[in-house]
Design a binder for this molecule. Structure first.
Ligand SMILES: C[S@@+](CC[C@H](N)C(=O)[O-])C[C@H]1O[C@@H](n2cnc3c(N)ncnc32)[C@H](O)[C@@H]1O
Length: 322
């Protein structure tokens, strides 16, 4: 009974935070929603489908880097490392790396989406018997989800951050996030991080407007989530997915465009939408190798080396905490 009560209270607390962020994001002149809310259970499954789609080259090309350079990456990480993965999702990428490491201490995945994380924990424990896994459900930008690391002594900690998730943060926010990572590491500890390279807008825009319309469903699911969890009355047919490359800001922006002026009720608040205005739902920043190295340097890391796919579209950087 006590456990049931506390999980109900936990859900209420999370919903309060979600409601606060939604009302704050939609209450301003330029409407925005934090991209972390794209990942409820449905959104996380849709993201898996995006990763499998032929237009979304990022996952495929990143997987090529891991397949080609796995031994070198494992060697660089070294023995007895504790691997920490913020935004682990289905933890698919880490399995081969954990298997290639020399006597890893264990794995500490963090994700905001509990269902996908707990499925993945089960899969890893089955696939790699004896591997210690400490899953943390929560927001990796908050210091609290890193606190339990203190109970896991290890020779070396390595933050594993693939999937170009760092690209979802504005450069200044990315710097703060990397500083948070560094604050949980000791000098010489590692960071393995994936970034998508700046490239032509046609390739980029195709990746975020896939021909099977999965990204469109992923984007619109955010409104459906607000309807289900916060009792809002968004009519999804009045919004359209739009993703485009902003070359000055070197990022793909994802928006939901309002197709007809109308109002939406969320809790006791009415939000007015005007035809043509958008809700900005996600950014995916692209980096040059030099640009990302300089971000690493500003955030408490020393860039050590990097690996690329054969087509040179994507980079895995290895850096060490200073
Ligand atoms: C772009 S996906 C990458 C997933 C996986 N790491 C990969 O490389 O395919 C982002 C992941 O981070 C999680 N996520 C996004 N923002 C988060 C946050 N602030 N805190 C915790 N998890 C977050 C999402 O649930 C999702 O699983």
């Amino acid at each position: 009974m006590k456990a049931a009560l506390s999980s109900v209270m936990e859900n209420q607390l999370q919903n309060n935070e979600f409601l606060r962020d939604v009302l704050e994001g939609l209450g301003g002149n330029r409407k925005t929603l934090p991209c972390k809310y794209l990942y409820d259970e449905v959104g996380s499954r849709l993201f898996e489908e995006i990763c499998d789609s032929s237009d979304y080259y990022l996952t495929r090309n990143e997987a090529d880097i891991f397949a080609i350079h796995l031994d070198k990456i494992a060697e660089r990480i070294g023995p007895e490392a504790l691997l920490i993965e913020p935004g682990a999702g289905n933890c698919e990428k880490v399995e081969a790396l954990l298997a290639a490491l020399d006597s890893p201490k264990g794995y500490y995945p963090i994700d905001i989406s509990p269902e996908i994380l707990l499925d993945a924990e089960r899969r890893i424990k089955n696939g790699l018997p004896g591997m210690q896994v400490w899953s943390e459900v929560g927001d990796f930008t908050q210091a609290a989800v890193w606190d339990n690391l203190i109970n896991i002594p290890s020779r070396k900690r390595v933050v594993f951050f693939p999937g170009s998730t760092i690209g979802n943060f504005e450069p200044l926010e990315a710097e703060c996030l990397l500083e948070l990572f560094a604050s949980n590491l000791s000098p010489g500890d590692g960071l393995v991080i994936g970034t998508d390279l700046v490239k032509d807008s046609v390739t980029l825009e195709r990746a975020y407007n896939d021909s099977d319309h999965i990204t469109e469903k992923f984007n619109l699911n955010l409104l459906q989530r607000i309807n289900v969890e916060l009792g809002a009355d968004f009519d999804l047919s009045l919004f359209a997915h739009r993703a485009f490359y902003h070359s000055l800001r070197q990022r793909v922006e994802m928006h939901l465009v309002c197709l007809k002026s109308h109002s939406v009720s969320i809790a006791d608040t009415k939000i007015e939408f005007i035809e043509g205005e958008t809700i900005h739902t996600e950014n995916s920043h692209k980096y040059s190798i030099a640009g990302f190295n300089s971000l690493l340097t500003r955030s408490g890391f020393e860039p050590v080396c990097f690996w690329q796919d054969p087509a040179e579209t994507y980079v895995i950087h290895y850096a060490q905490a200073i």
